[in-house]
Design a protein around this ligand. Structure first.
Ligand SMILES: [Zn+2]
Ligand SMILES: [Zn+2]
Length: 223
């Protein structure tokens, strides 16, 4: 109750240091950055990958401690605006493409969330890099809610689970954005949806990196 009242009086405060009037201080956020990449999206090995080719994936932090807390705030406690700063910080430490379009993965179908957290992160990246945000990925109609419920990525997600409803990207690179990478299945399905529309290449950006796929035996290619 007290927390609710304080939010009425002070609409925003940094979740890390408590500073009033900030959704998330840039300095607080930047202190946790530990960027990694490029690595193969599917097996997290070096690029080019002998098995999967060139699917470069970059992330800003390991999924632990305060970095994980920020994801929980963003996804489950309605604090959408922290995503904007997370995206800005990602763009400040990860390599910038020459020309690109910033594309969030779609909100999991069946999610009760009122907003797509990946879109808030993508919007922060778009602002810092000066590339347009294009929210053109959608779950394919034929996919049941069961397949795309919010939760860990599923290896058995159909190949056409996600479709692209945007324009051809010409020579622009598609930068596909999500909050956390677990298995990479949703990101990979997003890439499959975009593959024929983006001759300028692709890269994947996530705020945090979660499990080591290698330790789980690796993602089966083509699933
Ligand atoms: Zn702060
Ligand atoms: Zn690989």
């Amino acid at each position: 109750m007290l927390e609710y009242l304080s939010h009425l009086i002070w609409p925003s405060s940094c979740p890390l240091c408590g500073k009033i009037g900030q959704d998330l201080c840039p300095i607080c956020c930047s202190q946790m950055l530990d960027p990694s990449g490029p690595a193969c999206l599917l097996c997290e090995g070096p690029l080019p990958c002998d098995i999967h080719g060139g699917l470069p994936w970059y992330s800003a932090v390991p999924h632990s401690g305060m970095a994980r807390e920020l994801v929980l705030l963003l996804k489950y406690r309605g604090n959408a605006r922290v995503g904007l700063e997370m995206g800005k910080q990602m763009a400040s430490v990860l390599p910038k493409p020459r020309s690109a379009v910033i594309i969030p993965v779609p909100l999991h179908r069946g999610s009760s969330r009122k907003y797509n957290q990946a879109r808030w992160i993508a919007s922060g990246i778009s602002k810092v890099w000066g590339f347009p945000l294009m929210d053109g990925l959608k779950w394919s109609k034929a996919i049941s809610c069961q397949t795309s419920l919010d939760g860990p990525d599923r290896f058995d997600m159909p190949m056409d689970a996600i479709s692209w409803y945007g324009p051809f990207l010409k020579e622009q690179e598609a930068v596909i954005v999500d909050d956390v990478k677990t298995t990479g299945t949703t990101l990979y399905r997003s890439y499959l949806a975009l593959r024929d529309y983006s001759p300028g290449g692709v890269r994947f950006l996530t705020w945090s990196r979660s499990v080591n796929v290698k330790s789980k035996g690796g993602i089966p290619f083509g699933t």
